[in-house]
Design a protein around this ligand. Structure first.
Ligand SMILES: [Zn+2]
Length: 76
């Protein structure tokens, strides 16, 4: 399986929340490709390092779970 990295899909939809309220994140790529706006994410660590057999460092980020299952990596 080939993973494809997609940036710029994390724009929240302003019409879903009132001003000052939390917005539900939905994946624009899922909505575009599948017609369904989803909001399941998993946390991954980009570029982790290793010291004495243990991982450290790296950047924690969230990606869309549904995109990941389709072979796409869509950062939130
Ligand atoms: Zn997605």
């Amino acid at each position: 399986m080939t993973l494809k990295l997609i940036y710029g899909s994390n724009k929240p939809k302003a019409y879903r929340a009132k001003k000052g309220e939390a917005e539900q994140w939905v994946c624009a790529i899922c909505e575009q490709n599948e017609g369904i706006a989803t909001s399941a994410v998993v946390t991954i660590t980009q570029s982790p390092m290793e010291r004495a057999g243990k991982l450290e460092g790296g950047i924690k980020t969230q990606v869309c779970l549904h995109c990941l299952m389709r072979g796409l990596v869509t950062p939130v």
